[in-house]
Design a protein around this ligand. Structure first.
Ligand code: NAD
Length: 292
């Protein structure tokens, strides 16, 4: 069996997978592959799937399955698996790092020092302590963010219509209510028809003035043009994001030139430790498959 590693995994993975078959990272061998390992870079479209006639299983190292055409895979009887548990801490730590960087003005202070400016008097920080964090979605990653926020003395609210109770956040009954109360908003929903563009002009109008939005979920949950306008007007004080409409963002994305945007290049899951955990989950999935 040919196992094709399409995207970036831990460098130990090819050796660990040799016991299951021939391992290759040569994507030109897609037509021979029985198992394909992808992260978010490879887009498993219907066309991509058609180019893989022997494919039996796609393993998505990570959580979101929005880069995989699941109906097309199902129609061909291809199993689609992900590694949902591995990434929670890695993404939560990045969300928290982004949330801390904004009120502490870390980037501005750092860049000023690099330019020889010592802005001790000019830079005024604010604290997360006693601020309200609003979590959009309260699944695995958001729950890890909630624990860290509680340790910082934040009040943690969450809106998630599919969750009945949470040990780490106070559930509110509507997105509107969450937006009304939050000083910081952090997005942790999957991308689907319901969540695409959920943060748009109308949603922003219902937010507190000067809200800070952190996005380690999916870029398409936010309507970029509406958010860019709100950043320009100051309605939204800052947007800290790891995720984009596309990877990499289109140079014309209005967020690249909007004020007070803090950006990382979709590295939420890319901690060294997480890549090892993802590798462990991949090995377990292939062990289970070989027992069938
Ligand atoms: P999860 O499934 O544990 O949690 C998602 C939560 O969102 C669920 O509790 C679900 O009920 C809720 N939800 C669904 N639709 C909703 C809606 N319309 N409104 C409010 N809540 C809704 O998933 P997770 O492991 O916490 O991951 C969340 C998302 O984070 C993933 O789907 C993925 O898009 C993103 N992610 C990003 C990175 C990164 O590198 N930045 C890495 C991993 C995951």
């Amino acid at each position: 069996m040919v196992i094709l590693i399409c995207d970036a995994f831990d460098k130990s993975l090819p050796d660990r997978l040799k016991k299951f078959g021939e391992v290759t990272e040569d994507v030109a061998r897609l037509p021979e592959a029985e198992v394909a390992l992808v992260r978010s870079k490879t887009k498993c479209t219907a066309e991509w799937i058609a180019g893989a006639p022997k494919l039996k299983m796609i393993i998505r190292g990570g959580v979101g399955l929005d880069n995989i055409d699941q109906p097309a895979a199902k129609a061909r009887g291809i199993e689609v698996k992900n590694t949902p548990a591995a990434s929670s801490v890695a993404v939560a730590e990045l969300a928290f790092a982004l949330m801390l960087a904004v009120p502490n003005r870390l980037i501005e202070a750092h860049n000023a020092l690099k330019e020889g400016k010592f802005l001790k008097k000019e830079i005024k920080r604010t604290e997360l302590y006693q601020k309200t964090l609003g979590l959009v979605g309260v699944g695995r990653i958001a729950s890890e963010v909630a624990k860290r926020a509680a340790a910082f003395g934040m009040r943690v609210l969450a809106y998630d219509p599919y969750v009945k109770r949470s040990d780490v956040a106070i559930l509110v009954p509507s997105l509107k209510e969450l937006l009304r109360q939050a000083d910081y908003l952090s997005l942790h929903v999957p991308l689907n028809d319901e969540t695409k563009n959920m943060i748009n002009k109308d949603a922003i109008a219902g937010m507190k003035d000067g809200v800070v939005i952190v996005n380690t979920g999916r870029g398409k949950c936010i309507l970029e043009a509406d958010l860019a306008e709100a950043l320009k007007s100051g309605k939204v004080a800052a947007y800290a994001t790891d995720v984009w409409y596309s990877d990499p963002p289109d140079p014309s994305s209005p967020l690249l030139s909007a004020p007070n945007v803090l950006m990382t290049p979709h590295i939420g899951a890319s901690s060294k430790e997480n890549l090892l955990r993802i590798g462990n989950e991949v090995v377990t999935l292939l062990e289970e498959r070989s027992k069938k």
